[in-house]
Ligand binder design. Structure first.
Ligand SMILES: N[C@@H](CCC(=O)N[C@@H](CS)C(=O)NCC(=O)O)C(=O)O
Ligand code: FES
Length: 112
């Protein structure tokens, strides 16, 4: 399977996927850590893919989205953004709305 097809299958078979440095439990970079923190606050069950385990995925995800950095967040197969975008969407409530509209389980209504 090509890297493109691997990424494609991951983002299409999991409601929420975060390409990140480190794991949801142990992020290895503050940017990935911020996304993990927000997902934790919202109680989102997401799949973390650790790009530090694979240079092919680390480069492949940048080509897949045409977005130069990690983390990268996907909801229902659609690229949402990186750390800054996700943080701003969380703060405005847009992220919660998107997750609810997409039918992703959000535990409670955590506020900032
Ligand atoms: N402003 C970015 C911050 C993320 C960022 O700058 N990531 C860098 C450092 S972790 C990166 O992925 N660089 C390319 C690489 O490490 O492959 C965002 O909103 O996500
Ligand atoms: S690993 Fe250095 S800023 Fe993310």
């Amino acid at each position: 399977m090509s890297i493109h097809d691997f990424i494609d299958s991951q983002v299409k078979s999991n409601d929420v996927v975060v390409f990140m440095k480190g794991t949801p439990q142990f992020p290895m970079c503050g940017f990935s850590g911020q996304v993990a923190h927000i997902m934790g606050l919202l109680g989102v069950d997401y799949k973390g893919i650790n790009v530090l385990d694979s240079d092919e995925i680390r480069q492949g995800i940048k080509e897949y989205t045409n977005w130069p950095t990690i983390p990268q967040v996907f909801v229902k197969g659609e690229f949402v953004g990186g750390c800054d975008i996700v943080r701003e969407m969380y703060q405005s409530g847009e992220l919660q709305t998107l997750l609810e509209e997409q039918g992703v389980v959000v535990a409670g209504r955590a506020t900032a």
